[in-house]
Design a protein around this ligand. Structure first.
Ligand code: DQA
Length: 150
């Protein structure tokens, strides 16, 4: 069965209590559960990883080679400045989809630019927890079209 690595970046471990007016009240566990249901419907398996550390995220992206067919990532604030995470995504032959709970294009100026978007298959932003589901569906569809999944 195909595997997809789900990466949650910094501060996303606090979802549910963190600025609920922006990020909603769902916890990371709620999101992972929602993703697991979608994955099951599409016969894919998910590995979940959350870290507040740039290097740990980079190591996990490297480790995806040979162990995952795709990466679903919410890079949190690293979205806006981590050239190192961008380079890790371009360094591995594993397609990545970028997702955000909030609409980063409708927020502060510094959040409107993603340094990762250009090396991702695409970006989904602004649909709350449903951004993750949409991102997962888009990634599965992409992998099917790339014939990485049957
Ligand atoms: C976020 C948006 C980022 O700007 C912010 O730093 C986050 C969460 C989102 O999911 O909306 O941590 O990635």
């Amino acid at each position: 069965m195909a595997r997809i690595l789900v990466i949650h970046g910094p501060n996303l471990n606090l979802l549910g209590q963190r600025e609920p007016e922006i990020y909603g009240t769902a916890t990371l566990e709620d999101i992972n559960r929602q993703l697991a249901e979608t994955a099951e419907q599409h016969s894919v398996e998910l590995d979940f990883f959350q870290s507040n550390h740039e290097g740990a995220i980079i190591d996990r992206i490297h480790a995806a080679v040979g162990s995952a067919e795709g990466i679903l990532i919410n890079p949190g604030a690293f979205t806006h400045y981590s050239i190192a995470i961008r380079d890790a995504i371009s360094a591995v032959p594993v397609p990545a989809v970028e997702v955000h709970l909030s609409n980063i294009h409708a927020r502060e100026e510094f959040r409107r630019h993603s340094v990762l978007a250009a090396v991702a298959v695409g970006q989904i932003s602004g649909f709350g927890t449903y951004s993750y589901v949409l991102g997962l569906l888009a990634l599965i569809d992409h992998l099917k079209r790339q014939v990485r999944l049957k």
